[in-house]
Design a binder for this molecule. Structure first.
Ligand code: HEM
Length: 474
């Protein structure tokens, strides 16, 4: 059975513009929910099947793991990303892996899987993250320690992950986390381009932004300027590689340049990686430290585990890859935090042909089908009666981490198009967590404020995460 959202129309304070324009929640003054994703969660919980149909948006939203498996694996070919999505991000992402289906996707996926699966690139990524932590993150936090200076931890993580993903993708260091927290023109252009591309999806009709694009007006003019800056930057990087050689370089661009010589295609591939890997990691870390501030026991257990695996050593925050693999509790805590606060809260596909989902929902050709990791993390029928608790132990059996069914936990998507940076992202997050909890105590400035998310491609907390930091033992 499918619940019709029009009938349920409950209130929501932070709903997105498109829903407002459609008048779905215009009566929403009683303010039940702070976040749109909480409203969806509420509706999905009420549905006996765990799926809802939003007629006005031609959208089916599901939180049922069997449906998710069907969309992402069993009938993968019937659920591409589809044109409606690729058109919105097309000017920024071009033909990059994130934005294409079919043969172009298959080709890039194979090539990127080979590159990202290699031990050498993982060690390279690990080295980049360690150096950014050592030379920038720790000195910055130390400088703020004890002096009542409020730091926005979300901003720190966004800078941190932008430096890392640029070094990894282009071999270029934008230095966003330098001590003075400088403005990086490239980071700003990239942020603006992703924000304005995503906002195209909020227009009542695509004709509006398309007309503005033809006439080069308003937000479309700004978007064009921002994309031009991204293009120029990427071209400079490619030219530098051609002049200085790329055969011995480890960054992704150099690796791809060994097989591809079309500059536009190279630019598109690398820009997709920056989009995929930047805000997601920063979002995951921000929620993690918010949750940790509410659960000091989890923090002390992470510290105990670190001391057990790496007994007294001056360089303790910096563990080896193998030592990190022994930290089952840390891994469980990071997975648990992503379960409750997935950086990609929902993700949509478009049905190519009529279909029926495993819960018997009929899907008409062209319908948007959305799976909702944020809601799934809050469903009793998926995670049990303690689903709302931040409980790393749920991932452990006899102290060892046990992976879950990926369709019950599609935080990194799942199936044929599962995130290519999953292992790297988890390693990066764990390195940061160890570096911070072993050296610092973090106090959230307003512990009672729950995260309220701004609309966008990735979950970003409105107002950031203001914290005070204190060096341990100081
Ligand atoms: C906590 C961090 C991360 C999360 C939660 C995450 C999640 C996801 C999700 C949900 C998708 C599917 C999106 C879609 O198809 O619309 C995805 C795809 C992808 N991710 Fe990640 N990601 C993370 C970090 C990274 C990093 C660090 C990289 C790169 C180094 C990366 C590279 C990719 C790529 C290339 C794809 C496209 C795969 C394809 O279409 O075949 N991700 N990721």
């Amino acid at each position: 059975m499918i619940i019709d959202v029009l009938e349920l129309g409950k209130s929501c304070t932070n709903t997105d513009k498109s829903l407002r324009r459609l008048n779905l929640v215009s009566k929403a003054k009683q303010a039940h929910f702070d976040n749109l994703c909480d409203w969806y969660t509420h509706l999905l919980k009420k549905s006996p099947t765990g799926s809802i149909r939003i007629h006005v948006l031609r959208n089916i939203v599901t939180a049922d793991p069997e449906n998710v498996q069907h969309i992402l694996k069993s009938r993968f070919e019937n659920y591409p990303k589809g044109k409606p999505f690729s058109v919105l991000l097309g000017d920024l992402l071009g033909q990059g892996i994130f934005n294409v289906d079919g043969d172009s996707w298959t080709f890039q996926r194979k090539m990127a899987s080979l590159e990202l699966g290699s031990v050498s690139i993982r060690m390279h990524a690990f080295g980049i993250v360690e150096s950014e932590i050592r030379s920038r993150l720790i000195p910055l936090l130390s400088s703020a320690s004890g002096n009542q200076r409020v730091l926005d931890l979300q901003d720190v993580f966004r800078r941190f992950s932008f430096d890392n993903i640029c070094k990894f993708s282009f071999g270029f260091d934008p230095g966003c986390l330098e001590f003075s927290l400088p403005v990086s023109e490239f980071a700003e252009a990239f942020d603006l381009a992703s924000k304005l591309s995503a906002q195209r999806g909020l227009a009542a009709s695509s004709l509006i932004w398309k007309a503005k694009r033809v006439l080069n007006l308003g937000s479309e003019k700004e978007l064009k300027q921002a994309i031009t800056m991204v293009d120029e930057f990427a071209q400079r990087m490619i030219n530098q590689r051609r002049e200085m050689g790329f055969s011995d370089k480890h960054d992704l661009l150099s690796r791809f340049m060994r097989t591809i010589d079309d500059d536009k295609y190279l630019r598109d591939i690398v820009v997709s990686f920056i989009l995929a890997g930047r805000d997601t990691v920063a979002s995951g870390l921000t929620s993690f430290f918010w949750l940790l501030s509410q659960h000091p026991k989890v923090e002390s257990t992470i510290r105990e585990e670190l001391e057990r695996v790496v007994p007294s050593c001056d360089d303790r925050p910096f563990v080896t890859f193998d030592q990190m693999r022994e930290m089952h509790y840390l891994h469980a805590a990071v997975c648990e935090s992503l379960r409750l606060f997935p950086p990609v809260q929902f993700d949509s596909k478009f049905a190519q042909d009529d279909d029926v989902l495993p819960d018997c929902t009929f899907v008409r050709k062209g319908t948007r089908v959305t799976y909702h990791p944020y809601a799934m993390g809050r469903m009793e029928r998926v995670w049990g009666s303690n689903c709302l608790e931040f409980n790393p132990e749920r991932w452990l059996k006899n102290g060892r981490y046990m992976p879950e069914n990926p369709y019950k936990y599609p935080v990194f998507q799942a199936g044929l198009r599962v995130c290519l940076g999953k292992e790297m992202a988890l390693a990066e997050m764990k390195c940061v967590v160890l570096a911070i909890v072993s050296r610092f105590n973090i106090r959230v400035a307003d512990p009672n404020r729950k995260p309220i998310f701004a609309p966008g491609l990735t979950a970003t907390v409105r107002g950031g995460l203001p914290i005070f930091v204190q060096e341990r033992g100081a």
